[in-house]
Design a protein around this ligand. Structure first.
Ligand code: SAH
Length: 216
């Protein structure tokens, strides 16, 4: 356990998990991972006292750390299995990446904001989380590292990025909020064959937008 984590924080996480379970996330592996990741250490000091409220908060560069329920919901839809290779688009605070690592996945995470990209590369290893970090445009994915078992997008995309679908293995799953900036629908897309994809819709969410290109 990190010295900046405490029994009090663990107690707060336990309550957070009870809330997430009541909202409908029942996958015990997801709940166990959220119980372990010290969310307060992923947040700016000015918001630290709110770390275990089930809300999104600013993390700088105009971005947010996703709401814990949303992280839990997307992780449950991904149905993460140990050792699976997972691509995350939108590293942000690194919290979702840490939850996936905690679940035993091999995580490749990509961020377009240089400030955030630089920050997480220090924080996550300090906390014992070692996903592979990439600076780049998530619309393009990581063609040389694919195919992936799973892909998760943590920003709202106007449409399902085709390049990412092509980086899924057959049988692989992409989970992504798709729609205009005001609100998106959570899609689970399964690649059933080389060129066939099965789509399911899972409710409405609001994410910061997925943007093209990178900052300098
Ligand atoms: N997974 C994050 C959520 C961060 S919010 C967490 O757990 O904290 C969404 C993030 O997606 C932001 O950091 C934003 O900069 C990033 N983003 C937006 N468009 C992107 C793109 N095209 N490629 C990579 N990252 C992108």
């Amino acid at each position: 356990m990190d010295s900046r984590d405490s029994l009090r924080h663990q107690g707060l996480r336990k309550r957070l998990i009870d809330g997430i379970r009541i909202k409908g996330v029942r996958d015990q592996r997801v709940l166990d991972a959220i119980a372990k990741v010290p969310r307060h250490l992923f947040m700016d000091s000015s918001f630290i006292q709110f770390a275990y409220k089930d809300q999104a908060f600013p993390i700088g560069a105009g971005q947010t750390i996703s709401q814990p329920y949303t992280v839990a919901f997307q992780s449950q839809l991904l149905d993460v299995q140990p050792n699976e290779k997972i691509l995350e688009v939108g590293t942000g605070s690194g919290y979702q990446a840490a939850v996936l690592v905690e679940m035993g996945a091999q995580v490749y995470t990509i961020e377009r904001q240089r400030e955030l990209f630089l920050k997480v590369q220090v924080l996550l290893p300090e906390l014992g989380y070692n996903p592979k970090f990439f600076f780049g445009d998530g619309y393009k994915g990581l063609p040389t590292y694919g195919p992936f078992d799973k892909i998760i997008i943590t920003a709202g995309a106007p449409m399902i990025p085709q390049d990412l679908l092509m980086q899924l293995r057959i049988g692989g799953v992409l989970v992504a909020p798709i729609g205009p900036t005001e609100k998106q629908i959570m899609y689970k897309v399964t690649r059933v064959s080389e060129d066939e994809f099965e789509k399911e819709k899972h409710g409405t969410f609001v994410f910061v937008p997925m943007l093209k290109g990178t900052t300098n």
